[in-house]
Design a binder for this molecule. Structure first.
Ligand code: NAD
Length: 502
């Protein structure tokens, strides 16, 4: 079957079909270009495994060209844009993302596999809101005036001030789980701060980044302000983060790759921020509202097939309610409808790739070999595509792989605890520290836990709620720096002190 026949079989609009069918190019400066080598990366539909597109496999040559284009824009026309111009352009881009919402959501579902509902609400809706939020910061960047206390020579008076300047050319490297949204989380604050960007999307999910790059051009950003280079991590990604012309690397992805990026960046003293993996605990006390068991499983664990860095993959349950929670989670897991993301009635969609599917299944197998028991799911589903059944694990020891390693799939391990001290100790017994949630009607319990857990975000009686105004990032091995809120804009600024003798 040809790519065109496979695209024709997708339940998408004509505009989406036309976008998928086009010859995809890198967006560098004002040019749409292929690669010098001509090599390409096949793009799969995770619901069927079929190849639905191919994108250029950019490498060092193309990264060099993109960084040069970003530098020229930074020092050229972009630097002449006032903060209010940047704000207006970001607002126009938010409108353009919304106006293009059907295409963007359909492309994301075809490429990532996720539910069309999630693609509409998060990839499109939350991206537009994020752009608007960050647009507002463009006009609210300011330094301070400072008093100086060491007069040299004696008696001299000084007036000092700080000035915030864009850090420069940003290399943004993003993962596949929410491809468009993760790209926007980097691009929006970088542009608000006055930086220019080279974006490298994940090789599995490059398509919405290319569409976003087109929209960025269409709404009037000058050429070279945002460049999109598709390619493999070990080629294009590695070339970008070690490039001497890049002033800052903004990365979201695995802890393993994050460390490589940090090492590469520091050689050039390139600034870097890392949003990495997690193994987030959900802690359920015995006075938890039982009506929230279902929400905890659906939103906290199985949302986006568990391909969420904050997935609540370790659930600690106070002993007296343990059996009730297990029963509820098993009921949820066995009741979820599995199928293509294009049918909004399907609640579990395919994982992003065959590689991710086999990784999740092999982790389940390792966990059971180490003594854990499968209470629901545990296997693949369907004849084609990369589906894994929603899975519930019980009886795991603290050392079990399923308790320790990030899975990034629809798998939860349920574990008992005795009291607050035990809950805190078990929740913190991990190398990660991205997020946690606590479930109880007792506010004192909630805040005792929230204060003690080592995690960048703590939710109370909910999980996985993220907002542009709430700082987001990890303790420990879950990363360095924060995205969202005012601190995210700081990621893209340098501080200059100016001291004047009066
Ligand atoms: P990954 O680390 O394998 O890849 C992420 C990106 O890095 C991709 O674009 C990839 O091409 C690139 N890359 C890979 N090797 C590289 C190298 N040597 N040099 C430079 N770039 C390289 O992660 P993934 O599998 O795409 O995504 C899943 C991971 O992302 C999970 O660990 C998840 O927790 C994490 N994640 C974290 C957050 C967060 O905000 N903390 C959000 C989403 C996902």
């Amino acid at each position: 079957m040809t790519i065109q026949t496979r695209i024709a079989a997708l339940p998408v609009s004509e505009a989406t079909r036309a976008f998928l069918s086009r010859k995809h190019s890198l967006l560098i400066g004002a040019q749409d270009v292929g690669t010098r080598s001509g090599s390409e990366i096949p793009v799969h539909d995770p619901a069927s495994g079929a190849v639905i597109a191919a994108v250029p496999a950019g490498s060092k040559v193309e990264i060099d060209a993109a960084v040069a284009a970003a530098r020229a824009a930074l020092e050229g026309s972009w630097s002449k844009h006032r903060p209010a111009d940047r704000e207006r352009l970001l607002l126009k881009l938010a409108d353009a993302v919304e106006a293009d919402g059907q295409l963007l959501a359909e492309v994301e579902t075809a490429n990532n596999g996720q539910s069309i509902g999630i693609a509409q609400a998060l990839e499109v809706g939350a991206s537009a809101e994020h752009l608007r939020y960050m647009a507002g910061w463009a006009t609210k960047i300011y330094g301070q005036t400072l008093d100086v206390s060491i007069p040299i020579p004696p008696g001299t008076r000084y007036r000092a001030m700080t000035r915030k300047e864009p850090v420069g050319v940003v290399g943004a490297i993003v993962p596949w789980n929410f491809p468009l949204l993760m790209a926007v989380w980097k691009i929006a604050p970088a542009l608000a701060a006055g930086c220019t960007v080279v974006l490298k999307p994940a090789e599995e999910t490059p398509l919405t980044a290319l569409r976003l790059g087109q929209l960025i051009r269409e709404v009037g950003f000058p050429e070279g302000v945002v460049n999109v280079v598709t390619g493999y991590g070990h080629e294009a990604g590695a070339a970008l983060c070690s490039h001497p012309g890049v002033d800052k690397v903004a990365f979201t992805g695995s802890t393993e790759v994050g460390k490589l990026i940090g090492h590469a960046a520091i050689d050039n003293m390139t600034r870097f921020s890392l949003e990495l993996g997690g193994k987030s605990p959900m802690v359920m006390f015995d006075d938890m509202n039982p009506e929230l068991f279902g929400l905890a499983a659906n939103l906290g664990v199985y949302f986006n097939q568990g391909q969420v860095c904050t997935c609540g993959s370790r659930v600690y349950i106070q002993k007296s309610i343990f059996d009730k929670v297990v029963e509820s989670f098993v009921g949820v897991a066995n009741g979820l409808k599995i199928g293509s993301g294009f049918d909004p009635a399907n609640q579990i969609n395919p994982l992003v790739s065959a590689k991710q599917q086999s990784r999740v299944l092999s982790l389940i197998e390792r966990g059971t070999t180490e003594g854990a028991t499968i209470a629901a799911g545990g296997t693949s589903a369907g004849d084609a595509g990369y589906f894994v059944k929603p899975t519930v694990i019980v009886g795991a020891r603290k050392t079990n792989t399923l308790v320790r390693e990030e899975i990034f799939g629809p798998v939860v391990t349920l574990l008992p605890f005795t009291d607050m001290a035990d809950a805190i100790a078990q929740a913190n017994d991990t190398e990660y520290g991205l997020s946690a949630s606590v479930w109880s009607r007792d506010i004192d319990r909630c805040f005792t836990f929230a204060d003690a857990v080592k995690a960048g975000t703590v939710w109370v009686n909910t999980h996985n709620v993220v907002d542009p105004n709430m700082p987001f990032g990890g303790y420990k091995q879950s990363g360095l720096g924060r995205e969202h809120g005012a601190v995210a804009v700081e990621n893209y600024l340098e501080t200059k002190a100016i001291c004047m003798a009066l």
